[in-house]
Design a protein around this ligand. Structure first.
Ligand SMILES: [Zn+2]
Length: 483
């Protein structure tokens, strides 16, 4: 029997506001423990929350980018549970009336094919504090608490269980990260936990309409670990079902050292969070005018930029994807080179070829740090396109330009690198080359045309790469056929 996996994601993204969601405490990561706290985020009696307007705007931006419907009225709710790092004994979240629902994310797989994922909801909530189990002399006996993170604004993005493989799930998470980072609402830092992903995964006989029992995989802080954890979990569940066993509904953690998921806690008895509307906050109202304002301020998203590069500059899907999305700093630099007059395809080739090669040699990958300005690269491209220098000479010129601030025209002139288009000058060199290779000429006359390229190469070599290769070939033909 063949099985299929059913995967949905729950992503928590910390919003890049300067202050917390319900108080004025700063959100700076890495501050000394318990220095960014106040009566509100510590949940002291009588303290009242005040909603951070910027957090709402960031949340709405993300929801719009995910094509959600943003509701005019939504309700904050208390999610009640006890945990040492949750000082209030409840988390302010949204429950049955989140501010955004019904979105969609579509993307083309790296490996080919399209993936469509429905976004169930996006809601606002506050983060909890942190329990520190390691790093203190008495860590074997005590747990320390740091409440700096308590009250940091989060959005939770929940997808429908529309993903069917571990790699699709990892790519979906990567695309969502790309979107929130491009919007400037999240820093994308999974190591520090400002972007976190949980995955619900179950397995069922292929084609079955009913869902199998799911497990929740938590604590995955990289795309690679997410893919590995899901691969493992899918195989584990499949083996269980094939041997007649049954999957337990539980939360599992990815153990990077053992490369397996391990059971953390059973979810058989559903948690009762006793949600109820937060009495200290009025309903959140996002009026149409405010919504429009936020929509008007949305930047171009990476996927839209890729489409524009294909349509406006005639790039292939592959090139547009590399330049527009994958290459750090690539899109801005590319647009500047094109704005300075270079044809899109040629600019893309130079950036993916020579610019990347030189950056790599310098241990860099950000095209924004290229050792040659976009205008100067466009100048070099113009000289190549105009036939002043050959492509091979252009690469030498490029290397001389890198990091020196010199223009291509300056180097070509100073080093006498202009392409030799002069028939007489080139004829003299063709004369020398043919004179030195009588055997090869006999072979060409006997029909061995592949030797011809060798002679063109000899002319190029004799001119230091400066000969116009077309003219050199033409003169060689004349010489061989004529005499
Ligand atoms: Zn506070």
């Amino acid at each position: 029997m063949s099985f299929e996996a059913v995967i949905g994601l729950e992503i928590h993204a910390q919003l890049l506001t300067r202050s917390k969601i319900f108080c004025g405490c700063p959100t700076t990561f890495g501050a000394a423990p318990n220095t960014a706290v106040c009566p509100v985020c510590l949940g002291l009696p009588g303290a009242l929350p005040v909603l951070n307007r910027r957090a709402v705007e960031f949340g709405v931006s993300a929801a719009m980018a995910l094509e959600c419907t943003v509701h005019e009225t939504s309700i904050f709710a208390r999610k009640n549970y006890f945990y040492p790092d949750l000082p209030k004994g409840y988390q302010i979240s949204q429950f049955d009336r989140p501010f955004a629902t019904g979105g969609r994310l579509s993307f083309a797989r790296e490996a080919g094919g399209d993936v469509d994922v429905r976004i169930t909801r996006v809601h606002l909530e506050e983060d909890a504090g942190k329990s520190l189990h390691h790093g203190f002399p008495d860590s074997d006996r005590a747990t320390y608490l740091d409440f700096n993170r308590a009250g940091v604004p989060l959005i939770e993005i929940v997808t429908e269980p529309d993903l069917r493989s571990a790699s699709d799930a990892a790519e979906c998470f990567a695309r969502i990260r790309e979107i929130v980072v491009a919007l400037g609402v999240n820093d994308g830092n999974m190591e520090e936990g400002s972007l976190r992903c949980d995955a619900n995964v179950s397995v069922r006989p292929a084609g079955s309409p009913t869902l199998g029992t799911k497990t929740e995989v938590k604590n995955v802080n990289s795309f690679r670990f997410l893919a590995q954890a899901l691969e493992f979990e899918i195989a584990r569940q499949r083996a269980l079902l094939e041997s007649g066993g049954r999957v337990r509904q539980e939360t599992r953690l990815w153990d990077t050292t053992r490369a397996e998921t391990i059971a953390m806690r059973s979810k058989e008895e559903a948690h009762d969070y006793r949600y109820f509307p937060e009495p200290d906050l009025p309903p959140l109202v996002i009026a149409a005018a405010w919504r429009d304002e936020i929509r008007a301020a949305l930047p171009e998203l990476p996927a839209a930029r890729v489409r524009r590069f294909v349509e406006a500059y005639g790039l292939s899907d592959y090139d547009a994807n590399v330049i527009g999305r994958l290459l750090p700093g690539g899109a801005g630099y590319f647009e500047a080179v094109v704005a300075a007059g270079a044809p899109g395809k040629v600019a893309s080739n130079w950036i993916q070829g020579e610019v990347r090669r030189m950056l790599k040699a310098a241990g860099e990958d950000d095209v924004g740090r290229a050792g040659i300005t976009a205008e100067h690269l466009a100048g070099l491209i113009a000289i190549v396109e105009g036939g002043t220098v050959s492509t091979s000479v252009a690469k030498t010129v490029f290397e001389k330009m890198w990091g020196t601030g010199r223009t291509a025209a300056d180097i070509v002139q100073a080093d006498g690198l202009s392409q030799i288009d002069d028939r007489d000058a080139l004829s003299a060199i063709v004369e020398q080359v043919t004179g030195a290779h009588p055997a090869e000429i006999e072979q060409i006359r006997a029909g061995r045309n592949n030797v011809f390229g060798f002679l063109v190469g000899q002319v190029m070599k004799a001119t230091g790469g400066k000969a116009n290769p077309k003219l050199a070939a033409e003169l060689l033909r004349q010489k061989i056929n004529g005499g």
